[in-house]
Ligand binder design. Structure first.
Ligand code: CP
Length: 321
């Protein structure tokens, strides 16, 4: 059986599924960013469409809530001229006990070309990719606490747009690393793209065991961790994945790990502040920072459409090749 990261490629080495950053090379990540660059201007035009996926059918299968990712995939597919179906899971037959595989088999029987999958269980997108017909692409829109690779790529796109070059950067990731699929994918992408210094900053209770083996430097003190940073990525406390008491109180957390204008002064003067969203004001970030001049949080959302257009068009071309 192919390893999880090998599963993403056709026998010719083309990217057919986009399931995780793991196993993807720097040239491939750069190709995604370059392709996204060519789509980024489209969203600003009056006619926002390319005919690349005309005649293709894409199903958004979101078993977990989403605002940004679902809408972004929907817009990306529409701008590539695909037909898009957003499944309403709450009214689907999964609520009557149908298995995930049976749901997929039935949708596949209607000649679908791509599934975009978000699921609370880690590995769900890989599982689907292993079982779909060879002409179908699967894109992981977030699985459990495992991976959120398109979020990581839109974050890389945002960093490259503002900072141009990855090779001199100090990037600080702050918050709930333990439960964060976004942080895992970001760390893999930052390492692959050659970022020399990646800091993770969190209380001990919100750090995975042996996190330093991911190629990061670990800090429990926020001021020390963001000192001289070029990029600060703030993370939400992912309460939906917490199974115990990880924190004293939210206000205590904000005092130690919330990003305020005062704390931001430890970073470089031209540092950018990022957040995958949804943001919790007054928990991990103050409104002054979230809405301030250093914030590129809404730019991330804007660029997400172009990045997803790039990934969808590349994987679909490989599947059809
Ligand atoms: N960043 C992100 O995944 O946001 P949503 O949960 O709104 O899709």
């Amino acid at each position: 059986m192919a390893a999880n990261h090998e599963l993403q490629f056709t026998p010719e080495g083309k990217l057919k599924h986009f399931l995780s950053i793991e196993g993807l090379s720097r040239p491939l990540l750069t190709e995604i960013l370059d392709t996204a660059e060519s789509f980024a201007s489209v969203s600003e035009q009056q006619v926002k469409k390319f005919p690349l996926l005309r005649g293709k059918t894409i199903i958004n299968l979101f078993f977990e809530n989403s605002t940004r990712t679902k809408t972004s995939f929907d817009l990306a597919a529409t701008r590539l001229s695909a037909d898009v179906l957003n499944m309403d899971i709450s009214t689907s037959a999964t609520s009557k006990g149908e298995t995930l595989l049976d749901t997929i088999r039935n949708l596949e029987a209607m000649h679908v070309d791509m599934f975009v999958v978000r699921h609370s269980i880690s590995g769900a997108a890989h599982f689907i990719a292993r079982h779909v017909a060879p002409y179908i692409s699967v894109i992981n829109a977030g699985d459990g606490n495992h991976a959120h690779p398109t979020q990581a790529m839109l974050d890389m796109f945002t960093i490259r747009r503002v900072k141009q070059d990855f090779s001199q950067l100090r990037v600080a990731i702050v918050g709930d690393i333990l439960h964060s699929r976004v942080a895992r994918s970001q760390i893999q992408a930052l390492n692959t793209l050659g970022v020399p210094e990646i800091h993770v900053i969190a209380p001990k209770t919100l750090l995975p065991a042996k996190v330093e083996t991911l190629g990061v430097k670990v800090f429990n003190d926020m001021a020390a961790g963001i000192q001289g940073a070029d990029v600060i990525i703030m993370l939400r406390l992912q309460k939906e994945r917490m199974t115990g008491a990880f924190l004293p109180t939210e206000s205590e957390y904000f005092k130690c790990y919330g990003l305020t204008k005062a704390k931001l002064k430890s970073a470089k003067s031209d540092a950018i502040v990022m957040h995958p969203g949804p943001i919790n004001r007054g928990v991990e970030i103050s409104s002054g920072v979230a809405d301030g001049l250093s914030s590129v949080i809404l730019k991330q959302v804007t660029y997400g459409v172009a990045v997803r257009m790039a990934i969808m068009s590349m994987t679909m071309q490989a599947a059809g090749a």
